[in-house]
Design a protein. Structure first.
Length: 95
């Protein structure tokens, strides 16, 4: 994928201003992952992570049940491997 497309997808996600969205992307191990989540500050999270300095990544809060209910699940998404993005009533498919 072109970096300009990845940057545009990241901008769309950030412009959603904390509303929920769905994204399908390819993980580093090659498997496809679907996340429903949102971007936004969560109290108690210092905002630091291992990929914060890499512009191709975006950190989101996943909306999924887990083994620790009520605890935010922060996930990093590689915007260069996004295959599908559903946000604000629109669906974007990336070939």
């Amino acid at each position: 994928m072109q970096k300009s497309i990845a940057q545009a997808l990241k901008s769309i996600i950030l412009a959603n201003k904390g509303k929920f969205f769905s994204v399908d992307f390819v993980k580093a191990d090659g498997s496809l992952r679907k996340i429903v989540g949102q971007v936004g500050y969560k109290e108690g999270h210092d905002g630091e992570n291992t990929v914060a300095h890499m512009p191709k990544y975006i950190t989101v809060v996943e909306n999924a049940p887990g083994d620790q209910p009520g605890k935010p699940k922060f996930r990093n998404i590689n915007t260069e491997t996004i295959k599908r993005l559903a946000v604000g009533g629109s669906v974007i498919e990336v070939k």
